[in-house]
Design a protein around this ligand. Sequence first.
Ligand code: SAM
Length: 356
Amino acid sequence: MGTWPDGTGWGPSRTDGSTGRVNREPGRERGLEMDDDAGKSGHVPVMLERVLELLAPALAGDAPVVVDANLGLGGHSEALLAAHPALHLIGIDRDPFAIEFSTRRLAPYAERTTLVHASSDELEEVLARAGRETIDGALFDLGVSSPQLDEGERGFAYSYDAPLDMRMDTDQELTAEVVVNTYSAAQLVRILRDYGEERFAPRVASLIIKERAKDPITSTKRLADIVRQAIPAATRRTGGNPAKRTFQALRIEVNAELSALEAALPAALDALALGGRAVVLSYHSLEDRLTKQILTARTKDTSPPGLPVPLPAHQPRFRLLTRGAELPSEEELARNPRAASARMRAAERIRVDDQD
Ligand SMILES: C[S@@+](CC[C@H](N)C(=O)[O-])C[C@H]1O[C@@H](n2cnc3c(N)ncnc32)[C@H](O)[C@@H]1O
């Protein structure tokens, strides 16, 4: 198993555990202007046609509800709202700027949207507040958004010199700077190994510890230089920027991405009505592996082996809609190279019983 070359992702937990504001006022700071088309061209919704196709059968009723758990710039959401005139969309994002931007973008559909600044792992609470017990569709588009990557000062990219930040939710306290300067060597090794699949995790961690003792490490450039020095020269010459794996690991840690997915995807699946569908787009192998585990666990018959008749309570509640992970087409990759690391999986609710 390897880390995909363009691996990008996100997701910390809100430090105060609260659900954010609903239907916030649109903001205009940070150059997030719609009229220059930056939103639409700067971020192209990944595998859009396939997302629409997979969700459509679940959204054919009189008043379908869909949750977009990674609203971002609202690209997928806008297309869903346009395609389904009776659809109500609940959009969640932990990045306040994504909510501001999408509030403006989706203004033509304001009566059919509820946009919430929250982490997707608060999904149950978000649905309760919105007065929705069940939903018909759920979309998880897990990667970082283009503005998060492209706005150098947010500290996600090793290609810009910026403060070591990497928070998706700019209200949370934990930053990459805190991780790099306060975690123990053992903690750093664990995250570099587990989240970055960095072969040289102990070397990178020990150089970080040595360097931070001289002076706190506060910039992306200094961290990228330290990683470069820690990686043996022969390895440095092959396979891209050596800082990529460390930056991915830090981003996953800062944003608690995997634990957010681990809580949010099951909550969305539990909320799906009969015939409801969930679609997940992952951008690195750890996310895809977790998605696969969560989806396949629910599509299995769990009857004890050897029974003459399968037990109804052990019958699967879901069926997979994708064979393995689906990839973007060559044509999409030519238009949007950032889609290269995308892997899509989807499932449909086929049974609801008393426990649900
Ligand atoms: C790839 S972008 C989504 C793009 C969107 N589908 C579109 O078409 O514009 C991923 C978004 O998920 C958000 N995000 C990541 N983890 C999250 C979480 N745990 N809860 C809520 N939003 C999260 C990020 O802030 C980012 O805006």
